[in-house]
Design a protein around this ligand. Sequence first.
Ligand SMILES: *Cc1c(COP(=O)(O)O)cnc(C)c1O
Length: 386
Amino acid sequence: MIPYGRQSISQEDIHAVIEVLRSDFLTQGPTVPKFEKAIADYCGAAHAVAVNSATSALHIACLALGAGPGDHVWTSANTFVASANCARYCGAETDFVDIDPQTYNICPVKLADKLVEAEKSGTLPKIVIPVHIAGQSCDMTAIHVLAQQYGFRVIEDASHAIGGSYQDIKIGACRYCDITIFSFHPVKIITTGEGGMALTNNSELAWKMQLLRSHGITREPDRLENPPEGPWYYEQQMLGFNYRMIDIEAALGLSQMARLDAFVERRNAIARQYDRLLADLPLRIPTTTAGNVSSFHLYVVRTKSGQPGPDHRTVFERLRAAGIGVNLHYMPVYLQPDFVRLGFAPGLCPEAEKYAQSAISIPMFPGLTDETVRETVAALAIAVVP
Ligand SMILES: *Cc1c(COP(=O)(O)O)cnc(C)c1O
């Protein structure tokens, strides 16, 4: 089965990991801060806080922005569950905004409509989490204007999107948000095995997230609440977690960084190949909005409704049977059983529901060969035949 996504590991990556294994520090050593600095510099952000997953990064980002019981946190209906769960970990309530039918990202117009209603009912969100689906940035200037108007904070879930840019600014620069988070899961653009990072230009937010990822503990002399009682002294200043990234992971990430631009270029080249080869099939191919460079974490095609031909599920099953490991990104989060139990029901976000009944992620990763691209297209051509 050809997977939809796969890591690309070089001999250099392997050497970098082995070097850390032979060094004094497997964790809490010098490689994590080196990796943080490399990502912060690449993106043009002031601070980067490495953690053990993007899920952890979302959690501590919400906490650093003060999310708690009684607060509302909104995200896109079309995302991985983690973008919504982070609010629930904090005791806040989660809600969903429908997507734009062209980009499949959170729709600023629907966000604006929902804010008008929320203002009337006194349920305005404290945080909104736009998700850069497939690697293409959301309409961040529009979201930023709404954030100013309604006073909410913004976390960009850029799990798909490192290496991409928006209006010539690298995703992760935090120009239009408080915090941006990345994932380094093996299917994402670069990997650390498991891992994530939170970027910000706000030093207090960075400080809070550094505390939260490591038990709420600090040894920083300038930050202590009480005079140190000895050289062993440290303070727990808030309830934190062990969400630390280890140096073995950071070594892999740092080594992968050297190929980040090449990965994104290769993904874009594959996307252009798919665009060309799929043009004549009865499928909708992805669109990239002017001003965006997508990192193409995913290449999502959509079956067209109202045409003779097999339904979405049949196309899916035919492709899987042909050895193409297609996937759905994503079923609307609020239709997951655990969210339905909270009271969510079908009909909340019609565009996201339509999308989920037509979207197919086809193989997309840097190691994909031109031949496999052609094989995938050939399998698709057969799968869509009535
Ligand atoms: C992968 C992903 C996450 C979670 O990332 P982990 O590093 O696996 O915790 C969160 N949000 C989105 C949109 C993702 O795709």
